[in-house]
Design a protein around this ligand. Structure first.
Ligand SMILES: Cc1cc2nc3c(=O)[nH]c(=O)nc-3n(C[C@H](O)[C@H](O)[C@H](O)COP(=O)(O)OP(=O)(O)OC[C@H]3O[C@@H](n4cnc5c(N)ncnc54)[C@H](O)[C@@H]3O)c2cc1C
Length: 402
């Protein structure tokens, strides 16, 4: 693993840093919870994504004909390095989050691999510039960890699928334009073999979105009901009844997205700030021996996670498959993010649990908010237990549990 930047990469890093300094809205520099529900905020974040894409800093590893940056920066290896530099600089600069992440990181790469040319032409441009936002219709009331048990039915009638059923925990469905959705197209087949992957326009008649309130108080995810919803046959991705493979490709991209090391590093920097600026017995909390021990333990976990991600990057650069790396990332980073928030709250004491609306709130209430939000991410995208099953069975070759 070579950890040093080449001369060209170091110059690129300076260019990105400079661009971010000039382009991030001033008020964004303080970390704040991702309040996606607010329509004004949604527009702001869409504009930010467009700006980032137009500057050439988003999805750089995508093929050029689909909006990636094969030129002027040369080959894919080079682009992967440059995308890593951009991601790291965005964290350091406290750039706003990318609202169309599920498009850019999940359905976009899946369409590049499995989509028809028409689907790529139709969907990829607006995925990149934030013009259309996507949501993920996988989970159902009886199908979470055991996703293949899903029951939402799609019957092929002429040139359309007619969809009936219900999804649940669908993040961002309340403002998404499209859903990538798993439906059962052959109820008679073994459960993994009768599933298809379809793209559904959220404005289609027969769709009802009912928001669910999370413990953060936000309405971040939803129940989605389908009643005789007509979906054009050309919105099928991959082969009919072969959606399980397509679904798993998206899931692997999702785990990498949720397992972002940059977000964890940003949170840890925030924790250090809390430790240095909060007083304990008249001195900065960071000088307390017990807290220092806990900070050191987290620092070690953050560093080892960072090096794990570099090792994965090296594998990618050398054309090797990362294997179960995506599950390791997801497991480690989501658990770690939650532990970082827990320590920040401990350091802040009573102030650490104040509601965001309180006038005494510290850091605009980000710590208790993120403490609750990160708990959700330990569950979303496949729970920690499921990641451990994947790592032990597929990675370590241990026997399958009963
Ligand atoms: C914040 C958040 C956002 C989400 N966003 C989306 C979204 O946008 N789209 C979407 O489709 N879904 C979404 N989900 C749903 C998520 O994918 C599921 O909640 C998750 O897969 C777990 O399924 P479940 O809730 O049905 O729990 P269950 O599968 O019922 O699991 C309950 C408990 O049993 C454990 N368990 C289950 N099976 C096993 C096993 N084989 N071995 C060991 N332990 C096991 C689990 O780890 C868990 O602790 C989201 C969830 C959250 C929390």
């Amino acid at each position: 693993m070579d950890l040093s930047l080449t001369k060209e990469e170091a110059a690129f890093q300076r260019e990105v840093r400079d661009w971010l300094r000039r382009n991030i809205p001033r008020r964004e520099r303080k970390a704040e919870p991702a309040e996606f529900g607010d329509p004004k905020r949604i527009i702001e974040l869409k504009n930010w994504q467009k700006k980032l894409y137009e500057a050439g800093y988003l999805a750089m590893g995508w093929p050029k004909q689909y909006g990636g940056r094969a030129e002027p920066y040369g080959d894919r290896r080079d682009l992967l390095m440059r995308q890593t530099i951009v991601n790291e600089e965005m964290v350091k600069a406290r750039a706003p989050s990318i609202i169309g992440m599920m498009g850019v990181q999940m359905v976009g790469p899946t369409l590049i691999e499995f989509g028809t040319e028409e689907q790529k032409k139709r969907f990829l441009p607006t995925i990149l510039d934030g013009g259309e936002i996507w949501c993920q219709g996988y989970s159902e009331p009886g199908a979470g960890s055991d996703l293949a048990s899903l029951k939402t039915r799609a019957e092929l009638v002429g040139d359309f699928f007619v969809v009936n059923g219900q999804k649940v925990w669908t993040s961002n469905a309340q403002f998404a334009d499209w859903m990538f959705c798993l439906v059962r197209t052959d109820p008679g087949a073994p459960k993994h073999k009768g599933i298809s992957y379809v793209l559904i326009d959220m404005q289609t008649p027969g769709i009802t979105v009912r928001p669910l309130v999370q413990m953060t108080g936000d309405k971040g995810f939803n129940e989605v009901f389908f009643e005789d919803v007509k979906v054009p046959r050309q919105n099928l991705v991959g082969e009919l009844n072969a959606g399980w493979r397509v679904a798993n490709t998206t899931l692997s991209h999702e785990r990498n997205m949720l397992g972002s090391t940059t977000r964890t590093q940003q949170m840890f920097q925030g924790l250090l700030h809390v430790a240095h600026t909060t007083k304990r017995n008249g001195k900065p909390a960071s000088t307390d021996p017990v807290l220092r021990q806990r900070l050191a333990e987290l620092a070690i976990r953050v560093e080892s996670m960072k090096y794990h991600s570099y090792r994965q990057l090296t594998d990618l650069l050398r054309g090797r498959s990362p294997g179960i790396g995506a599950s390791v990332n997801k497991l480690v980073s989501t658990e770690l993010n939650h532990a970082i928030c827990a320590l920040a709250i401990d350091i802040l004491g009573d102030y650490g649990v104040l509601d965001r609306k309180s006038r005494h709130v510290v850091d605009r209430g980000i710590w208790p908010y993120e403490f609750m939000f990160t708990l959700g991410l330990i569950i979303g995208g496949g729970t920690s237990q499921i990641q451990k099953n994947i790592i032990s069975e597929r990675g370590l070759g241990m026997p399958k549990g009963a």
